[in-house]
Design a binder for this molecule. Structure first.
Ligand code: UD1
Length: 415
């Protein structure tokens, strides 16, 4: 089994390029199910989750050609209505194939999703929305079967702005008859990027401040699209600079996507400089404590909560972090505590009293962002940290050890 071995204590300095956004690339690949024409996607990151989604759509009848970060997805044979459990169980985003398959074929069967172990991740909003569009839904023990001769536009009020449900419903509505209004949709940049791609594919979609309007069409066609840069990867490297007292430039980013993080970093005493497509973070002292609640965009992103907590474990004082999106996203804190962090959990809140030193330890990466948090802690800790279950980190971070080494970290992937 592979693991990461880190010798902590090095200040990170230098520049790195950011990859395309995993959470934009995954729905973009799924959207290609809406047409038989070729779709060419650029800046697709080389990640395990991307390989999983490409295998999923290949198993459903697509042909995929991948050269570096360019992926061409064409018609490979008749579209299949049934997704295989071995893909959907690995990653929750595979569940997004349900809406497009239903819209194209009039029926679909998709296994219940798997993914990170960060709390219950129900699919009720996906299913209620599809029902509003006229689908009949049969919930089986291990899968969901949906059918509808013709989806019909409807008004869907989302009680919570779920990213996945918004993406699922926008995709399904592009081929429905008539007009769909999705009220209270997710506003994450990755949702906007999917809508950009769908528009290039001929979908008629308008985004209002509190709703998305989709006018169904029969002519979804091929397109070429470059996905947005990964704000979560960029944010993780900025936090890596912060925790090591370093100075790092992330290149190829959309700075406004990172404003919720930058606001917190500034409050924590970091110097942050925004360029057109770059951000520089410089830090010379221990962070100040902060109080942060995670929230849907433009709130503080839940995915950056674990690496933020890692940074705050070395702050000069007491921070309070409230996790309002995924209730079990503090599963990595026992490992941080083994490294010397002082964290008290109550329900959805972590109270972190900063310590002056973290110590290397042997820890597991329970999910993608938790893995990133432990890497950051290892970079700042005294001595060696060994992180196993690397496959979780590889789901979301391309060549993490190579990028961190470029910034001066002592980190190696070992067998
Ligand atoms: C996506 C991101 C993930 C990010 C999350 C929130 C991808 C591939 N993943 O996940 O990295 O952390 O957005 O920004 O894009 N919920 C329901 N019912 C539903 C759907 C969701 O109750 O039908 C709840 C979930 O349990 C969770 C909250 O809504 O508590 C947020 O989930 P959602 O926004 O759907 O996240 P994902 O799309 O799974």
């Amino acid at each position: 089994m592979e693991h990461l071995s880190i010798k902590g204590g090095r200040r990170l300095t230098g520049s790195i390029n950011v990859e395309g956004a995993k959470n934009a690339a995954l729905p973009a690949c799924v959207a290609t199910l809406l047409t038989d024409e070729p779709v060419i996607l650029h800046r697709i990151p080389q990640l395990r989750d991307v390989s999983t989604i490409l295998a999923t759509i290949t198993s459903l009848g697509k042909r995929v050609t991948r050269e570096g970060d360019r992926v061409e997805i064409t018609h490979g044979g008749a579209l299949k209505a049934e997704a295989e459990a071995r893909y959907v169980k690995q990653m929750r985003a595979s569940f997004l194939v349900l809406g497009p398959l239903l819209a194209r074929l009039g029926h679909a069967v998709v296994p219940l999703p798997g993914g990170c172990t960060i709390g219950p991740r129900p699919i009720d909003l996906h299913l209620q929305g599809l029902k509003r569009l006229g689908a009949t839904i049969e919930e089986r023990v291990d899968s969901v079967a949906v059918s509808a001769e013709q989806l019909r536009g409807a008004r869907i009020d989302l009680p919570y702005p779920s990213v996945g449900a918004t993406e699922q419903l926008v995709m399904a509505a592009t081929l429905a008859k008539g007009e769909t209004w999705i009220e209270n949709p997710a506003k994450e940049p990755e949702v906007a990027d999917l809508i950009d791609l769908l528009r290039k594919m001929g979908a008629q979609i308008e985004v209002a401040p509190t709703a998305i309007r989709v006018v169904g069409t029969e002519s979804i066609h091929g397109a070429e699209h470059t996905v947005i840069p990964d704000r979560l990867e960029a944010g993780t490297y900025l936090l890596a600079a912060a925790i090591t007292g370093g100075e790092v430039e992330v290149r190829g980013v959309v700075p406004k996507h990172l404003r919720p993080l930058l606001a917190v970093l500034k409050e924590a005493g970091m110097m942050c400089f925004e360029g057109n497509d770059t951000i520089v973070l410089a830090n010379t002292e221990r962070p100040h404590p902060v109080q942060v609640s995670t929230a849907p965009h433009p709130g503080f992103p839940t995915d950056l909560q674990p690496p933020l907590v890692a940074m705050l474990s070395l702050a000069r004082g007491k921070s309070v972090i409230e996790e309002m999106v995924f209730e079990r996203r503090f599963g990595y804190t026992p490992s941080l505590k083994r490294m010397g962090a002082h964290i008290v959990l109550t329900d959805r809140t972590a109270t972190i009293t900063g310590v002056s030193t973290l110590w290397g330890a042997e820890v597991d990466a329970p999910d993608i962002r938790a893995g990133a948090a432990l890497v950051l802690a290892g970079l700042a800790a005294q001595g060696f940290t060994r992180i196993s279950q690397l496959e979780q980190i590889d789901r979301g971070y391309a060549k993490i050890e190579v990028k961190l080494s470029l910034l001066g970290a002592q980190i190696e992937r070992e067998r």
